[in-house]
Design a protein around this ligand. Sequence first.
Ligand code: A1EG2
Ligand code: FE2
Length: 313
Amino acid sequence: MTLALLAMSHSPLLEFADLDADVTAELDQTFAAAKDFVHDYDPDIVVNLAPDHYNGFFYNLMPAYCVGYAATSIGDYGSQAGRLDVPEAKARSLAEAVIAEGIDLSVSLEMEVDHGTVQPMEIVYGDITAKPFIPIFINSVAPPFTPVKRVRQLGEALGRHLATWDEKVLLISSGGLSHDPPVPRLATATPAQRAMLMGENQPLPAEARAARQQRVIDAARDFAAGTADIQDLAPEWDRELLRILASGDLSPVDTFDPDEMTRIAGNSSHEVRTWIAGYAAMAAVGTYEVQHTYYRPIRELIAGFAMTTVVHT
Ligand SMILES: O=C(O)CCc1cccc(O)c1O
Ligand SMILES: [Fe+2]
């Protein structure tokens, strides 16, 4: 068995934000380190843990977790669109093994994914089809959420099965950390927003798509200027999470309360579920060390932005 983990925040605003030169330089270095890590490791297959932002999963039927046996990237925010190279038999064996361990995964034979799923592949390979790729959706944006403990257990079950494969597996966790982008929420939705959250009118007409994205781009600019009414980033919460993940003992996450996470770290902070599952997969099959760590709260990206690389010792 060989497993390694690349965990990184995503933000579509990477392509739209006006960042200070020192932040751009820092991010360039960070992405270069991620690239080096992945190219040195040279995986045979990628198992990707990511949220969705009402582009592939909607409130007409919202699973907690879903493995794609086949998947298409919708290409939001200018991300690469098109079919992913999903090895169906491997995706099925992974889903069946995890379900057999008592984790109630959903499966999809036609999953649609957004920037959250594909951005790390674009950054490290410049091509979302560069490697065989199994997409796993972890609901991180649409309440209600499962207990965080279940996400840890999901990760452990994934790790145990992946460790039986001959292939060299790269886990990618895409999301978080603290952030609160202006994504419509069911609890406060207007009738039009509610229809969007239900997945009516999909695929969105170009104008509606552009308006939706522009709202986030404008919010990021206002947030950086200090005039947005979204929740602030929570660097202390982010740093504590990174400390827990690096420690090798993930048991503290079992007491995380989703409502409290929302209150402290924002409505999209639940994207850290992808990190927790990825680290739990590593923890389930060995001791690990974090090799590279980057963190910076970046309002222009509406993200507590982090990147870590993790290998077994
Ligand atoms: O437009 C959306 O749905 C949200 C976009 C978005 C913005 C900042 C950080 C993220 O993680 C993210 O996904
Ligand atoms: Fe996101």
